[in-house]
Design a protein. Structure first.
Length: 222
């Protein structure tokens, strides 16, 4: 799908950013997500290989929400380092279009200043603190992106993430949920639990080859 095919479906500000980023063709997973209702507020569970374009799917959903005045965007990450990476990337790309904030600190607070931002990146643990402190801006969230959503199966962090997703869906009746992962063993079950459409694809930018290495020799599978 060519980028121009969705020019009339997304805000002009978002389209101009994508053009500046030299994006002209959408990858298969991105096309499938759009066809599944990404830009119409549908819940999505995106299960595609690494580097297949999942982050851009999230960006399309978030900026479509923010620039159309439908609320703030919340991007949940599993690690502080990943949060910092996304913050720097989004801030660079969307400067002047949307205000991006990073909330990954250890202080137990509602971070009231976040009401002034459009895209808020935080860890699950920080979000737990924000909810418990009844952060007033939480009611203004229109879309929630959960990166590495397969960690819901993690014995240590999974229960917290599951409870957070349940709370967000209870508190925000019209919120759009976008889950991203490259590794989910039971995607259909998780999609059903999220009341989401499932986006599956196997395309990757670099083909993988399987092989066996024994005593200095590598034999690839035909």
């Amino acid at each position: 799908m060519h980028l121009s095919n969705i020019k009339n479906k997304i805000p002009e500000g978002l389209y101009s950013v994508l053009e500046n980023e030299k994006i002209s063709e959408l990858r298969p997973a991105q096309e499938k997500a759009i066809e599944a209702g990404l830009l119409e507020g549908e819940n999505l569970l995106v299960c595609t290989p690494t580097s297949s374009g999942k982050t851009l799917i999230a960006e399309l959903g978030m900026l479509n929400c923010v620039l159309n005045g439908n609320g703030k965007a919340l991007y949940i990450v599993p690690l502080k380092a990943l949060g910092s990476e996304k913050f720097n990337d989004f801030k660079r790309k969307y400067e002047g279009k949307a205000k991006v904030a990073l909330s990954i600190g250890d202080f137990d607070t509602s971070d009231p200043h976040l009401i002034n931002y459009d895209i808020i990146i935080c860890t699950a643990e920080k979000l737990d603190s924000l909810i418990r402190h009844h952060a007033p801006w939480l009611s203004k969230i229109g879309v929630v992106v959960i990166d590495e959503i397969h960690l819901i199966n993690d014995p240590g962090r999974g229960p917290t993430l599951e409870i957070l997703i349940t709370l967000l869906r209870t508190l925000l009746k019209k919120v759009q949920i976008i889950g991203l992962s490259a590794t989910i063993g039971n995607p259909k079950e998780l999609a059903d639990w999220l009341d989401s459409k499932l986006v599956l694809d196997t395309w990757r930018p670099v083909k993988l080859h399987k092989g066996i290495y024994v005593q200095g020799e590598l034999t690839f599978k035909e």
